[in-house]
Ligand binder design. Structure first.
Ligand code: OAD
Length: 252
């Protein structure tokens, strides 16, 4: 049996599966990743220099302009095969399935994933630093940053986790528990360098899970994985989940 066949058999037999995704999963939807070269308007900024509380304090307009651009890009994008296959896997496994994502683009939810933990927040929401209120942004064409809090009137910030900030505690705990329980864990399209999300892979391995990595490039997580598929996310998930219900094209 090939390594791929072995992994497929494990996935078919598993009742508890945990998945961590990163920006690579949305690349086939046309959304640039963080650590590959940026193009166009934002090419001269490093994401690390925009996605921080210090950057926002220094120049909120600049940071909002970047988020508004990404929000419009994501709203116009569609979930791809990888998002759809992960949603189909959830439909089969139900409560045994957990999807933790570092992505803030909302594409997993639009593909129908519900057992979803958005560890780094969501681009389509704003948060009030004064009163804690959260609000969905209006449609991109009607959106003019900064949004004002409907409860207290203050200017709001993007509801995302920035460098140096804590992840939402409940979501992180649930993700950690799911990776510790998982029989099979998948790490898809992440460079595996941003903690604590990247630490989920190690937790799963320590607890005895079979770890599969999907990434065209090797990462610091590769040595932990029993199988590394050096392919695009959609293609690799297709190969892994062959024979499972593919599901129809969902976009909510
Ligand atoms: P990165 O940009 O760091 O990594 C994207 C990964 O996707 C790379 O390892 C690529 O090799 C891989 N990749 C590229 N194309 C792919 C494809 N078609 N299929 C599968 N993989 C592909 O993005 P993340 O790992 O998500 O955090 O970054 C983690 C966090 O750092 C982000 O959530 C964000 C960022 O700065 C915050 O903003 C807090």
């Amino acid at each position: 049996m090939s390594a791929l066949d072995g992994a497929r058999a494990r996935l078919r037999a598993a009742r508890r599966v945990a998945v961590l995704t990163g920006a690579g999963v949305s690349k086939e939807s046309g959304i640039p990743t963080f650590r590959e070269a940026q193009t166009g308007l934002w090419a001269r900024f490093r994401p690390e220099e925009l996605a921080s509380p210090q950057a926002f304090a220094r120049d909120p307009q600049l940071v909002w302009a970047w988020y508004a651009w990404r929000y419009a890009l994501c709203a116009a994008a569609r979930p791809n095969r990888a998002h759809q296959l992960l949603s189909a896997l959830e439909a089969r496994l139900g409560e045994g399935f957990t999807l933790a994502t570092q992505n803030v683009d909302g594409l997993h939810a639009r593909a129908g994933s519900t057992r979803l933990l958005e560890l780094h927040g969501n681009l389509g929401r704003a948060r009030c630093e004064r009163c804690g209120e959260r609000q969905n942004l209006p449609a991109p064409e009607a959106f003019e940053p900064p949004p004002l809090c409907q409860r207290c009137g203050a200017a709001m910030r993007p509801d995302v986790v920035w460098f140096g900030e804590m992840l939402p505690e409940a979501a992180l705990k649930q993700a950690q528990a799911a990776f510790q329980r998982a029989e099979v864990a998948l790490v898809v399209g992440t460079s595996g360098v941003v903690y604590p999300a990247a630490g989920l892979a190690g937790l799963a391995r320590e607890a005895g899970a079979f770890l599969i990595e999907i990434n065209p490039e090797p990462t610091p997580l590769s040595p932990l994985a029993q199988l590394s598929l050096r392919q695009d996310a959609g293609e690799a998930l297709e190969a892994l989940l062959k024979g499972e219900e593919g599901g129809s094209v969902a976009d909510r």
